[in-house]
Design a protein around this ligand. Structure first.
Ligand SMILES: C[S@@+](CC[C@H](N)C(=O)[O-])C[C@H]1O[C@@H](n2cnc3c(N)ncnc32)[C@H](O)[C@@H]1O
Length: 890
């Protein structure tokens, strides 16, 4: 199929010559033929939609073509310039959601294609002439019927990964020779500076560094030559003659420590090739990210390495830093005010307290420079006769601060920012020239600024932060349970003792939220794992902020994070005073954002109701897969000794709970037995000794290590509450549907499940009704697209109705029994999960499932004495009832 494409493309090129190129009349024909060239019958067959209606603000506009999940195409008449239409296309794209927010956007004027991916980079990935498509069609390969990897001429990601790979090969080769890792890292950074410097014009002549490498290949050694070069780059005194004459003073702390290294022939060849590569095309911000990530692996290439998309970084920098300053620029109408604003811009301090290789600071530097240009342009436009006296940009490197625990990341961040200085100064100058601003800009790139006191290696949780106006960044995510495992008991305890709200082990990142909020910064924007809007992590982060006068002004409730594989994050920007007039959640204007990152009324003030306490529990946490055995093994052991029955139980986990047809696993449950007592159950005990103990011995948590024969959490309170019941109610903690099921008391609920200690189907009916589900949605938060049920906020705050007459209760019980039997039977007979069954029928009004739920909802509503409406949420009523039941409680 692929080899057909060039032939068809040729025909397409020929065909386009016959078109006059009217946007209105010929665009669809042109696109149909283009899609045909890529193997489709036409656009329609490919699944594309012409004239896709879209909303931009209050206006309805039409995209010329949308291929959902792939591309938006915007056509212009033949030869029309495309630059001024980027904004319009971007607006369409910004306003689209889901599958309509396509990775690619194409602007085309019949003669040229400009291809964008705004998830990744601002600049076009490629600009291809229609007549060159025969050789360049791979730039549009995402249109192909069968998948073909596109190739773009200006794909910053591809170019940067190539550059990383080249340096990585040298790095790994040096490590293989058992050179000291720290020395090698320093040396590689120094090489990196030389490689960039060569291609952005910081060495005396073009090809200067390449020549040095070639000299080394001939008869010199890198040990001598590079050491001498690095020394010269660190010297304020210029060499008067010789090889290093005219090499300038770089400083920047990068060449302070020089560790001579001898490259062998293989490494020199690699370095020669690396120097021939065009480093000016590499993006410093993502280079650091990919390089740092790839170094950790033994792999010699960067394929698959993740980096943070600029688009994501801007979700912090735009609302937290840019927008308030833009507002001030808009409002400033006098020359004095504009000059003052510019002066203030030069005093702003920005801190990233988990800066990694400096990507957030790099983008912040660029944006502050852009804001200065915005002010200069306004001065020029409105006060023509005014001449700006000084020759420097007011935005300087010493305004940017970073902290990271990783020393190498800190060094990389300094290099990244130093390149930023050069690159943004060049762009600054270009802008001044293009717009003929009366400003004689002479900012010097060299020497680089010494950033040793700005970007420091330290533990941000336990060091003093420099005072800053803005705090930005994405602190590390580490689930509370893993903190002990990864960092040890001592460190975890130190954190819990130092920060409030640590109970329940919140995520590691929440402590950055607290420390940032307690700092002197006026505006803060941080990325956190999306658990910061849920449960204990929410209490220790967003709730801490909102109850301490913080106002969330712009947030993304949950999204996949570009920097790390498969991590779902929340992005939160907040202020301590003067919130802006408009507040945005998930790019939509809202009145208020609560600490669960929801726009609806804030129910986070709901209190725990006394009668609901000690009834909801998390299932047993095994902390050792070795506790699990098959049903067959369990039966064999029971046959061998009937006593084993006491410690062998069927177990239900999250998966089994939604799959009624699967056979349950069993577990060895010594509950709270002493070691001596447990050892009397010989077969199970020996199994735990060999299958669990070795793993537990490596556990950093003392309690787990010493009590290796017991579950990680045995849940004594739950067992007490379940005593005497015939069954209990159970729900996976994270699930698409909040579907409580009734489970026989002989079965042990494990880990992923939430347990309610009751066997009354009246309670089960209420838990499965719309009233509870709506409350759960408002109180819980989503993990990926599923709902996380947190008992403290969902169950303990939920008021059950009082004084319900027996016949009504009975009605709920019998409907719930019918529903439970029905969905279980259907899932078993279809060999599917209850989730799949719900996916297929829960939203179908005429299905039996829908009707049963409807009946149940009506009866439950009646038990509360409220009139039923399918469209209504009863959360306000539930909240009021909660307030009644908790009156006077703290
Ligand atoms: C998610 S990364 C963010 C870095 C960068 N902004 C990015 O996008 O890659 C988190 C950073 O926090 C750093 N870190 C982890 N624990 C830290 C601590 N206690 N103090 C300071 N930095 C820490 C890690 O080294 C890492 O560079």
């Amino acid at each position: 199929m692929t080899n057909q494409i060039p032939k068809r493309i040729n025909k397409f090129i020929e065909f386009t010559k016959s078109l006059e190129g009217y946007e209105k009349g010929e665009a669809q024909t042109f696109l149909n033929r283009l899609f045909h060239a890529f193997g489709h019958a036409d656009c329609h067959e490919a699944g594309a939609i012409f004239e896709k209606r879209t909303k931009v603000g209050k206006k309805t506009k039409f995209e010329d073509l949308l291929l959902p999940g792939k591309v938006i195409v915007e056509m212009k008449s033949r030869g029309k310039e495309l630059q001024s239409h980027i904004l319009q296309a971007r607006e369409y794209w910004n306003n689209s959601y889901g599958n309509e927010k396509t990775p690619f956007v194409v602007l085309c004027n019949f003669e040229q294609f400009w291809i964008f991916n705004w998830f990744m980079q601002d600049a076009p990935l490629d600009k291809v002439n229609t007549e060159d498509l025969e050789t360049r069609w791979r730039a549009l390969a995402f249109l192909a019927k069968y998948p073909i990897e596109p190739i773009f001429a200006n794909n910053v990601e591809q170019v940067t990964k190539e550059a990383v790979e080249k340096l990585l090969q040298i790095y790994h080769s040096l490590l293989k020779r058992e050179e000291d890792k720290n020395k090698v890292q320093k040396f590689i950074l120094q090489l990196l500076v030389c490689l960039f410097a060569e291609d952005i014009g910081l060495f005396p002549i073009d090809g200067y560094f390449l020549e040095l490498i070639q000299d080394c290949k001939k008869n010199h050694s890198t040990y001598d030559l590079f050491t001498a070069l690095f020394r010269q780059m660190n010297s304020q005194e210029r060499a008067k003659g010789g090889k290093f004459k005219d090499v300038r003073y770089f400083n920047g702390g990068i060449f302070k420590e020089i560790n001579p290294l001898e490259l062998n022939a293989y490494e020199l060849n690699l370095l020669e090739k690396t120097a021939q590569f065009d480093w000016s095309k590499v993006e410093p911000a993502i280079f650091g990210n990919i390089f740092e990530y790839s170094m950790g692996s033994s792999e010699q290439h960067a394929t698959g390495a993740h980096y943070t998309y600029e688009q994501d970084i801007m979700k912090i920098i735009r609302p937290t830093i840019i927008q308030p300053i833009i507002e001030q620029i808009k409002q400033a109408q006098t020359l004095e005010k504009l000059l003052k604003l510019r002066e203030e811009l030069g005093k702003i301090k920005v801190l990233d307290p988990a800066c990694g290789s400096g990507n957030f600071l790099y983008v912040a530097l660029r944006e502050l420079k852009n804001l200065e240009l915005e002010i200069l342009s306004k001065i020029q436009k409105n006060f023509l006769s005014y001449h700006i006296q000084d020759v420097y940009s007011v935005v300087q490197m010493n305004q940017f601060y970073g902290i990271d625990i990783n020393q190498f990341a800190v060094e990389l961040a300094k290099v990244t920012l130093s390149f930023g200085k050069k690159i943004f100064n060049d762009l600054f100058l270009e802008y001044i020239k293009k717009h003929q601003l009366s400003f004689h800009f002479e900012d010097q790139t060299l020497p680089f600024d010494d950033l040793d006191n700005n970007i420091i290696a330290n533990d941000a949780l336990f060091c003093k932060w420099p005072s800053a106006d803005f705090i930005i960044g994405n602190p590390p995510f580490l689930g509370g349970k893993y903190l002990r495992v990864e960092r040890g008991d001592e460190y975890a305890e130190k954190i819990y003792a130092s920060f409030p709200g640590s109970k329940g082990q919140p995520d590691y990142c929440v402590f950055w939220f607290q420390k940032a909020h307690n700092s002197s910064a006026k505006r803060i924007g941080l990325v956190g794992t999306n658990s910061i809007a849920q449960g204990v992590s929410r209490t220790a982060s967003l709730e801490y902020i909102t109850t301490n006068k913080g106002i969330i002004i712009n947030a993304v409730a949950t999204q996949v994070w570009s920097g790390t594989a498969n991590v779902h994050v929340s992005i939160v920007n907040w202020v301590k005073r003067n919130p802006p007039a408009s507040i945005y959640l998930d790019a939509k204007k809202v009145n208020h954002i609560n600490s669960s990152l929801k726009a609806e009324a804030d129910y986070s003030g709901a209190k725990k109701i006394p009668e609901n306490l000690n009834k909801s529990f998390e299932g047993c946490q095994l902390a050792g897969k070795g506790f699990i055995i098959s049903a067959k093994t369990a039966n064999t052991w029971i046959k061998a000794n009937q006593n084993n029955k006491n410690v062998l139980k069927a177990m239900i986990d999250g998966k089994a709970l939604v799959s009624p047809s699967v056979e349950l696993d069993w577990v060895i449950d010594f509950n709270e037995m002493s070691l001596e007592e447990a050892s009397t159950y010989e077969l199970p005990f020996e199994h735990v000794k060999t299958s669990v103990k070795p793993e537990r011995m490596l556990n950093k948590e003392k309690r787990r290590k010493e009590n290796w024969w017991l579950f990680g959490r045995t849940r004594p309170n739950m067992r007490k509450a379940l005593k005497g019941l015939k069954s209990y109610f159970c729900l996976p903690k994270v699930a698409k549907y909040t579907c409580f099921r009734s489970i026989d008391i002989s079965i042990l609920p494990c880990e992923a499940n939430m347990v309610i200690a009751s066997d009354d189907f009246f309670i089960l009916g209420i838990l499965n009704s719309k009233l509870h589900l709506d409350w759960v949605l408002a109180q819980s938060s989503t993990l990926k697209s599923d709902t996380r049920y947190t008992n403290t906020t969902c169950f303990m705050t939920f008021p059950f109705p009082d004084n319900v007459k027996s016949p009504k209760k009975q009605k709920v019980r019998s409907l719930m029994t019918e529903l439970e039997n029905f969905r279980k039977k259907e899932a078993i007979s279809r060999h599917c999960t209850i989730t799949t069954f719900y996916n297929n029928f829960f939203h179908e009004p005429s299905s039996n499932l829908f009707q049963l739920h409807l009946k149940l909802d009506k009866v439950v509503c009646d038990c509360y004495g409220w009139k039923y409406s399918q469209a209504k949420s009863y959360n306000d009523e539930i909240f009021e009832l909660n307030a009644e039941k908790t009156k006077g409680l703290k």
